[in-house]
Design a binder for this molecule. Structure first.
Ligand SMILES: Cc1cc2nc3c(=O)[nH]c(=O)nc-3n(C[C@H](O)[C@H](O)[C@H](O)COP(=O)(O)OP(=O)(O)OC[C@H]3O[C@@H](n4cnc5c(N)ncnc54)[C@H](O)[C@@H]3O)c2cc1C
Length: 548
């Protein structure tokens, strides 16, 4: 094929992804020097369209970035007023009192927010400072310089033929070059994955770990709504089958975020995370809350869980990884937005100093030092053993020992050192023959819903004529390897019903309904054969979350 000619545009800093990390970096760069040329590229149809987060926001990141955020009208309107933690059994629950919880678990001073709306507001702040923001622009390729450094990205390729070739309606996109490129793509970023592999950035670190988070927004009976109440649960229905738990956050306007996270290191390939979520809503405590209400939105996204010991090296020549492209979620707090913001600020400060000193396209090692030793590192280090304890010993011992470890870490030491995670989530999957299939109750259509009905509440859309963005390295693996060995778990781990095995006359056939994809990236993470690669579809495709 003839070499593709693309126009190139030059910037000081090119930022991929308009989440809290990328937008914070853009804002900080322009605060430091209004003359810097900064561009942010976002694959969602608008800023916020792909942002799915609980969310209880610890405002420390925003305080550091925009101290007068209140006067500037940031949409942080619902302070947390009550914090509840329950261990569920099938028919009842035990409330864990707040007093034995380490102080870091306290949510007072935090806000229940729509992160999609927070990002929309941050984009307005960035644009007011002169940042160029282009939504609907997927960054599909990295551009390398002559010395192997990252020089830029290709963005805005539209209208490819279904086989990936160029046709009459193809727009080849453009190259955006920067003195530094920031990858703030969130969890399992597709360009970040390439950079981590190319520069071997995970070397010497524990493997990254993940969960799948699913979330619905409900409008409930006003009599049951308790604005500012935060509830977390563990235990039923997952029991010993997997780590994870739920969150229920009462926003304003009688809305409630109901979410469920399943750790992706589960062994039993018959486990069906989406159905665990639906079953959870039938717990008497939850069903009572939701009865008479209606579900108004649905979405799903992976969440990083590896924490301190899994953060890869986050800089390579010309490029820095930010936020959850590194993995900065404090797992017991289920919070990563504050660290994403702080990482954006730190990366911007390092790039600004470097550019001012006449440097470009090198490693921003000051950024990495700040993340590991500054506020982010301190936040993550204290909780570094919670996830490995849970994986090794299960819920009850990890609640006790994890609690103890977080307490001692608050005083600067741990009795356990730093525990490792061991295997990747894909490698943790065991053969189906070792496990019993799980019988899930049928959704009732009132409190619980089938997957495809729920996906319609994510308003996701992909042009059918474009190439499938879920690439199979070997198209035979699903039926020849995954089906006999693992009962093809893609049918169950995908929260959007993208993958099916259908029985044809010729035998089983693997079908990829990529139009349903909500960009959660679970398939890229959990496929036991590591045969699925998630690449960016054209800009504007994917979910359209209103105020998740
Ligand atoms: C279910 C769930 C609940 C959570 N609850 C909370 C909570 O209550 N509190 C909290 O603090 N944290 C919470 N988190 C974690 C939080 O969402 C993350 O830590 C945070 O989103 C990380 O921010 P980020 O900017 O790194 O990435 P993201 O917020 O994921 O933003 C990345 C952006 O980059 C865009 N993008 C990605 N790739 C490309 C590309 N190639 N080209 C162009 N654009 C691209 C995406 O569309 C997206 O807009 C939760 C996560 C989940 C999944």
């Amino acid at each position: 094929m003839a070499e593709i000619e693309r126009e190139a545009m030059e910037y000081d800093v090119v930022i991929v992804g308009a989440g809290p990390a990328g937008l914070s970096a853009a804002i900080r760069l322009k605060q430091l020097d209004a003359d810097l040329n900064v561009v942010v590229l976002e694959k969602g149809s608008e800023v916020g369209a792909h942002i799915l987060s609980g969310a209880v926001l610890d405002p420390c990141g925003l305080d550091a970035l925009i101290p007068d955020w209140k006067e500037k009208g940031a949409p942080l309107n619902v302070p947390v007023k009550a914090d509840n933690f329950y261990v569920l059994g099938e028919a009842g629950q035990i409330r864990v009192p707040n007093w034995p919880m380490p102080p870091l678990m306290n949510n007072h001073g935090n806000y229940i927010v729509s992160m999609a709306n927070v990002c929309r507001w941050m984009a307005e702040q960035a644009e007011a400072l002169g940042v160029e923001i282009f939504p609907g622009m997927s960054c599909s390729e990295l551009v390398y310089g002559d010395n192997g450094e990252v020089k830029g990205v290709v963005a805005g390729v539209f209208g490819l033929e279904a086989d990936g070739s160029y046709g009459p309606n193809t727009e080849p996109g453009m190259e955006l070059h920067g003195k530094y490129v920031f990858l703030s793509e969130g969890v399992r970023g597709s360009l970040a994955k390439e950079v981590i592999a190319k520069y071997d950035l995970q070397k010497g670190k524990e493997p990254q770990k993940f969960g799948i988070g699913m979330k619905e927004i409900w409008e409930i009976d006003p009599a049951k709504h308790r604005e500012g109440t935060v509830t977390h649960t563990m235990g039923w229905p997952l029991g010993g089958n997997a780590g994870g738990g739920s969150f229920i956050y009462h926003l304003d306007n009688n809305q409630v975020y109901v979410g469920f996270v399943v750790h992706l290191n589960y062994k039993n390939p018959h486990l069906f995370p989406y159905m665990e979520f639906q079953r959870f809503k039938h717990h008497p405590m939850v069903a009572e809350l939701l009865k008479g209400g209606k579900r108004v939105a649905y979405g799903a996204r992976a969440i990083t869980e590896g924490g301190y010991q899994s953060m890869p090296k986050m800089v390579a020549p010309g490029v820095a990884l930010l936020g959850c492209s590194v993995g900065m979620v404090n797992v017991p707090r289920i919070k990563g937005n504050h660290n994403a913001m702080l990482s954006g600020k730190a990366a911007a400060e390092a790039a600004h100093a470097a550019i001012k000193a006449g440097r470009q396209s090198d490693e921003l090692s000051d950024y990495e030092t700040e993340v590991r030793t500054g506020a982010i590192g301190k936040d993550l280090k204290k909780v570094r053993n919670v996830k490995p304890m849970w994986s090794k010993w299960g819920l009850v011992p990890s609640l006790a020992l994890g609690g103890l470890d977080m307490w001692t870490n608050s005083f600067g030491f741990s009795l356990f050192g730093t525990l490792g995670h061991g295997k990747t989530d894909a490698a943790a999957t065991e053969e189906a023959s070792k496990h019993k299939p799980i019988d899930y109750p049928k959704p009732d259509g009132t409190i619980s819903f089938d997957r495809l009905t729920n996906v319609s509440f994510a308003a996701t859309n992909h042009e059918e004529s474009q190439p499938c963005h879920l690439r199979l390295t070997d198209p035979d693996v699903p039926v020849k390897v995954n089906l006999p060995k693992y009962a093809e778990p893609a049918q169950r781990y995908c929260p959007a019903g993208v993958y099916e095995v259908v029985e044809d006359e010729g035998g089983p056939r693997f079908v990829v309904n990529f139009q349903n994809c909500v960009h959660c990236k679970t398939c890229d993470i959990k496929d036991p054969s590591q045969n699925i690669t998630w690449v960016t579809p054209q800009g504007g495709d994917g979910p359209n979350y209103p105020n998740m």
